[in-house]
Design a protein around this ligand. Sequence first.
Ligand SMILES: O=C(O)CCC(=O)C(=O)O
Length: 279
Amino acid sequence: MARPPFRTGLFPALPPERFRLTAALVEAFHRDGFISGIPVLDATQLAAVRGAVDRITADLERFEPRLYEVEAAHRQRPGEVVCHFLGGFLVDDVLHDLIWHRAVTVPCAQLLGVDRLRFWHDQVFAKPPHHPGVVPWHQDYSYWTRTAPACHITLNVMLDDADEHNGCVHFVPGSQHWGLLPKLPFDAPVEAILPLLPAGARWQPVAAPLRAGHATIHHSHTLHGSYGNRTDRWRRAVVLNYMGPDVRVADGTAPLLRGVPALPVGAVVAGAHFPIVLG
Ligand SMILES: O=C(O)CCC(=O)C(=O)O
């Protein structure tokens, strides 16, 4: 197994076996489309990742040109729309190393059923105390159809204790089987997807409260969303998106992400921005 190109000493390359999920968790993932409570960061790692996220969010305008994207609606209406950006790993060594962390990559590869796992991109979602911003219900792959086939997975690690009061993520169990639904704008009303659900869909969302340093992992088609933060506490999360090693470019009319060399349709999504992080 290749040694990760770590820049910090924060994430020792421990034996992968240590991070393998139990059969019960794998079964739950395939049944519900998500699992919760996965330990990912110890106290030192958590403090470092929080520090990294805070450095970037406190100075988002300065970092913006080097990130893939800062949500435009947040820039226009920061008091209303959740702080959300992509590409933190490009500007910070801790976030860079986190994408290779085996507590993240081993479970994601196991659930995708691949021996080699490729990094797609990272994201940060940050809700300050008493922030009304929501994340509308969505399926991740609706934003990623420029890559195919769908063989993607998401791990969301909370940097604060998260519950229904400060805007933890909610999931709809079984919704990974509902086919691909339309993509919605980030600042859409939280329940904008409801009229678009397939006939007979059982809308029974569940909250996924988490302790800081723990993660959920969800299927690329599982519906999820989150509500505002009604507390005095922060609710920050780093989201890590991965894919199988053979996912290809499905739309070559533009770079897959800002600043990434354009790849032709049919090419494997590969290159320095999309490293193999396991295997
Ligand atoms: O953290 C949130 O509120 C939303 C996260 C999300 O959309 C994801 O984990 O894919």
